[in-house]
Design a protein around this ligand. Sequence first.
Ligand code: HEC
Ligand SMILES: [Cu+2]
Length: 303
Amino acid sequence: MQAYPPIVRPPAEAIGTLALIVGAIALLIFIGVEGALIYAVWRYRASRSSTEQPARFERNTRVEIAWTALPALVLALVFVLMLGAMAEIGGAGVEPGLRVRVVGHQWWWEFGYGAVTTANELHIPVETAVELDLTSTDVIHSFWVPELGGKSDMLPGTTNHLRLFARRAGVYEGQCSEFCGIEHAWMRIRVVAESQADFDRWLAAQGQSAAARGGDGERIFLANICVNCHTIRGTTAAGAAGPDLTHAGARATLGAGVLPNDVARMRAWIADPQQYKPGALMPRVPLSDPELDALAAYLVSLK
Ligand code: HEC
Ligand SMILES: [Cu+2]
């Protein structure tokens, strides 16, 4: 017997199907009720010559039972359909093809693929059920990439789960959707969905440690307080308060979406993060112009 792969689709499609069915039921009820009303108005209208009192009645058990039971049945049907959609969105019966650890920080994202840690840019293969294990280190955040899945709170001390599924390769935008402090609005999520081969290549590259450069940029980074907060695997920098910078140059943005990533913007960010993200938990570190140039070139070279 042939084993068929389980049918999986983007959660948004399951929600869309449910919305269409519920909409169709509502439309049928609307047509039925309005039709009966119009018919009754037309059929039982008073004739001009009539002087009779209109008919009256006080109770009709059958009608009362019908208009109680019918709505209850319709609501029960919608409830069952909704349970089905919720189970599908939750990934019932489908083993995830990939599991990613997601940790919310004020105001950036940590993504973990087994032993590989990265930040702010989530890569996933297309046509794969991806399970996210969501938690937070500080306050309540909420993970939401509308095109790829539902929305889930991220709570310190608890792990919540959320399924993502991308049908087509591309970049999908998301956003923290729980007010989590002053820079909540600049807590963007960038999801890159790509072919399995591209994804494998990306993950293999992310797994590499940074080769020692021996240059000024590396020396300045390691000699400053940057190392208290940032990790660059392959060096002595092993801080955990800020994003992992082992492959800082491979990401498209800085500061969870606040700036595009290139040498000029990298330099500007390091020179004064507070100018771009006031309140961000990275201080302005006093550095000379040549130091900033070397640092920016070094970090962007970490692909
Ligand atoms: C007190 C901890 C701390 C120190 C010290 C610190 N950073 Fe940061 N850094 C952070 C935090 C937190 C973020 C995330 C800010 C945000 O996006 O809200 C960050 C973000 C960054 C980013 C952007 C990363 C990305 O992918 O978005 C770079 C690059 C960076 N820091 C470089 C440096 C350099 C270079 C130094 C030393 C001159 C330094 N940091 C010092 C905490 C720190
Ligand atoms: Cu948040």
